[in-house]
Ligand binder design. Structure first.
Ligand SMILES: NC(=O)c1ccc[n+]([C@@H]2O[C@H](COP(=O)([O-])OP(=O)(O)OC[C@H]3O[C@@H](n4cnc5c(N)ncnc54)[C@H](O)[C@@H]3O)[C@@H](O)[C@H]2O)c1
Length: 412
């Protein structure tokens, strides 16, 4: 596929879609970034980046050179050679897959996708989403008989905030609907990524993504359970993990934390359990891992209470770092939320401090000097002055294994 003058349309300009836009522009693609949030489109066209992995100057540069424009208008994709779908795939209130954003995005692009274009879905979903959800919308719309369109699943693996692995150097899985689709989708990703892996079907690509994130959930849940077992016998779990990590094969260290956060690890495994149930199967281990990890904030709240002064009726607790991950302002699915709730239920006054998060749960970050009885490091966010609290004599529960040996610090 000759890239010069080729147009890539990316649907969804968030943590996945925007870094993809920049990687494609770097590779010579012109990009139209479509988003149904008017506010986001305005922000982007002003040259302001809403995500940490893309800088504002990268967007400004791309706009100035005519390589990028953001739009709310789906008809702007009409001449696109490739259309990449990068919209959210969250859970609904019953913790089942919520495909509304995906369905809405596909319905919006369908009338505008031109003959010969390649449509790739990068959104995470259960196996069969491309074949049984996305493609039927095309078949039931303008149809696919006179308009040959090529389809592939190429789930994104980006790890926001990662300084090493990015869109270009993270190996990309591509599963096309048929050999022609596969060839065209491989051409596209080969123009952007250093390493592209051809898999034999969209379902293999979709299922691989769920396996990768479920693998993480299950291992983190194991460590969460192990942490509680060790704690009950006064064994330092982090030393145990360090010791086990000396084994040169067959072991991979995972660390305990307040719970699981972000929009992948707590979410994607439930796409797997839902899919299993739909097929008359059950994913019992995955369900249990979800349960164990969801119970972790309760355990952490109890550990916090053990550090609180016994004479106080109302304990002031400061949560340090409420984003789900260090270096990000993203609070989606943060385990800090459940911890906060548990502590409030125990009668604590809970405030939070996070240099990267302006507003959360209807409140703002307090100053580090707030008068707290206990502080909990939920996320080791850069810029938190833990030394100040240590010098002040505040007991600190470190759930991130970052301040071992510092005065006043107890590791989870
Ligand atoms: N963020 C990650 O770490 C990550 C990593 C790998 C895969 N994924 C997957 O990638 C997908 C996108 O995730 P994200 O983190 O980029 O989400 P995001 O919320 O950061 O961005 C999604 C964007 O899509 C827009 N949008 C929503 N519905 C739309 C529609 N119908 N039409 C057009 N735009 C629409 C939103 O306004 C938003 O700007 C999800 O399936 C997610 O599971 C995310």
């Amino acid at each position: 596929m000759p890239i010069k003058n080729s147009l890539l349309a990316i649907i969804g300009q968030g943590y996945v879609g925007l870094p993809l836009a920049i990687a494609a522009i770097d590779a010579g693609w012109r990009v139209v970034g479509v988003d149904n949030s008017g506010e986001r489109v305005v922000t982007l066209n002003r040259g302001i980046s809403p995500v940490e992995d893309v800088s504002s100057w990268q967007i400004q540069d791309a706009i100035a050179t005519g390589m990028y424009i953001a739009t709310e208008d789906f008809s702007d994709i009409a001449s696109a050679d490739v259309v990449a779908i990068c919209v959210p795939t969250p859970l609904d209130s019953d913790r089942n897959p919520d495909l509304h954003p995906l369905l809405s995005a596909v319905r919006s692009i369908e009338p505008h996708v031109r003959k010969g274009a390649v449509v790739v879905s990068e959104s995470t979903s259960y196996p069969g989403t491309l074949r049984n959800v996305i493609i039927p919308i095309f078949e039931n719309g303008l149809g696919l008989k006179d308009r040959e369109v090529y389809f592939a699943a190429a789930p994104e693996r980006v790890n926001p905030g990662d300084q090493v692995w990015n869109q270009k150097n993270t190996p990309r899985l591509v599963g096309g609907l048929n050999p022609e689709s596969q060839e065209k989708a491989l051409d596209f990703y080969n123009s952007i990524c250093d390493s592209v892996i051809s898999v034999s079907s969209p379902e293999i690509a979709e299922a691989s993504k769920l396996l990768e994130n479920t693998f993480r959930l299950v291992n983190i849940a194991l460590i969460h359970e192990f942490t509680q077992l060790c704690d009950s016998q006064d064994i330092d779990v982090n030393q145990v993990i360090d010791a086990a990590s000396t084994k040169p094969y067959g072991f991979m260290p995972f660390r305990p934390g307040v719970g699981i956060g972000g929009h992948c690890i707590p979410v994607d495994p439930l796409y797997l359990t839902w899919w299993a149930n739909q097929n008359g199967q059950s994913a019992r281990l995955v369900q249990l891992a979800d349960e164990v990890s969801n119970a972790m904030p309760t355990y952490v709240a109890n550990r916090v209470m053990k550090l609180a002064p016994v004479h106080k009726n109302e304990v002031n607790v400061m949560l340090l770092g409420v984003a789900y991950k260090a270096g990000l302002s993203d609070v989606r699915e943060t385990p800090a939320r459940a911890l906060r709730e548990r502590l409030l239920n125990q009668g604590c006054v809970v405030e939070w401090h996070d240099p990267l998060v302006e507003e959360w749960e209807g409140s703002n970050s307090v100053d580090i000097s707030w008068d707290c009885d206990v502080a909990v490091i939920v996320t080791n966010q850069p810029g938190i002055d833990v030394i100040y609290l240590s010098n002040k004599g505040v007991p600190i529960l470190d759930c991130t294994n970052s301040y071992s040996g510092l005065s006043g610090v107890t590791l989870i």
